[in-house]
Design a protein around this ligand. Structure first.
Ligand code: PLP
Length: 370
């Protein structure tokens, strides 16, 4: 089935006479003994509905978590436990700063070493990965944040597997509508469901999808013991959001592509960062195969003065100055506020699904005032 059909029909109750179309939110922590439902910390109909549809989209078995970062932690901690020793982790430069902080906080208690692999180009990334002596876990995020570098998943998997490493891909920015990392050999796919899955800036959640059923079991045990499963209400909201994922992502990508044109006119295309601008460049032959859509995350640089960029963000009337992404509304953020080593004038945009003309008018009036 097409993804646009999976998002509509996946994760629903069995279609029998009188059945509800959606799993009702179960306001209960426990169940009368003897049935398949036991206790809500182990999973409910709604969390399983959400997990089923994400499994269908990503092609692996899925677990849901209270946030994206809770899923990240469950995978890192569980893999270290399975390995029975401190693990050596390689993480791509430009991976979500919360993931990097998470790894740092596990240093000495599960994580033995952390190496950052450069994301300047696919070639630089692959040779960085190749040069590693020992690595147990490769953490990939593509496109990267906030410079939108795109790294070749299939090639990274071949190199990582040659070293016996597990490959995790955070697919939050790309979304499963554009990219399925498991198809390219990844072992685990992470989503901050807070973002495109939920799609309305009104819920926190996360998912992890696994190609290896043995690892799912271990991570499920971790989740039960740590109580990090997603709540029923949140699962309901995210499942509701997923119904329009395909439509929203496609509309946002179209808006992004027009906005890139406008920003290029004002600032020059070298100041704008988006995967579509890499198509055809040497080393990016894999890109059209890896990304069926080029995404609605972009960034652009207004130069060394942070106040110019801050003022720009404040002058926008539709786009909202806020630190998240993947929602119906366009969001902007001067990214140096969240990450060290970023150009002070770099603004990240999560393009929403407003009418294209209104969105372009909004950016045009702010660009005119620069
Ligand atoms: N992964 C990426 C790429 C993110 O951008 C974020 C949050 O911004 C996370 C993971 C963490 O997700 P959450 O905020 O749902 O914990």
């Amino acid at each position: 089935m097409e993804k646009s059909t999976i998002v509509i029909h996946g994760g629903r109750p069995k279609r029998v006479t009188g059945a509800p179309l959606n799993y009702p939110i179960g306001a209960t922590s426990t169940f009368v003994a003897g049935g398949s439902a036991i206790y809500s910390r182990f999973g409910t109909d709604v969390t399983r509905g959400l997990e089923d549809v994400v499994s269908d989209l990503e092609g692996g078995e899925t677990l849901s978590f209270a946030s994206g970062l809770a899923g990240v932690k469950a995978v890192i901690d569980t893999y270290a436990r399975v390995m029975g020793r401190g693990i050596d982790v390689a993480i791509v430069e430009g991976a979500y700063n919360g993931t990097r902080m998470q790894l740092n906080s596990a240093k000495g208690i599960g994580v033995r070493s952390i190496t950052t692999i450069p994301a300047d180009s696919p070639g630089a990334f692959c040779s960085g990965l190749r040069s590693l002596e020992g690595v147990d876990l490769v953490w990939l995020e593509t496109p990267t944040n906030p410079l939108m570098a795109v790294l070749p998943i299939a090639e990274a998997v071949v190199i990582a597997k040659g070293k016996g490493a597990l490959v995790v891909v955070d697919n939050t920015f790309a979304t499963p509508i554009a990219t399925n990392p498991i198809e390219f050999g990844a072992d685990v796919v992470i989503h901050s469901a807070t973002k495109y899955f939920g799609g309305h800036s009104d819920v926190l959640g996360g998912t992890a999808s696994f190609s290896d059923p043995a690892l799912v079991k271990e991570v499920d045990l971790y989740r039960r013991l740590n109580g990090s499963i997603l709540g029923d209400f949140e699962a309901f909201l995210i499942l509701r959001g997923i119904r329009t994922l395909s439509l929203r992502v496609r509309a946002a990508c179209e808006n992004a592509s027009s906005l890139i044109g406008l920003l290029g006119e004002y600032l020059g295309s070298e100041s704008v960062h988006h995967p579509s601008l890499l198509v055809g460049a040497s080393g990016y032959e894999f890109l059209p195969r890896q990304m069926l859509l080029y995404g609605s995350m972009l960034s652009f640089d207004l130069g060394p003065n942070p106040f110019v960029a801050e003022r720009f963000c404040e002058r926008l009337r539709l786009a909202i100055n806020s630190t998240s992404l993947g929602a119906v509304e366009t969001q902007v953020e001067r990214r140096e506020k969240q990450e060290v080593g970023i150009s002070p004038g770099l603004i990240r945009v999560s393009v929403g699904i407003e009418a294209q003309r209104d969105l372009l008018d909004d950016f045009r009036q702010a660009l005119d005032l620069l």
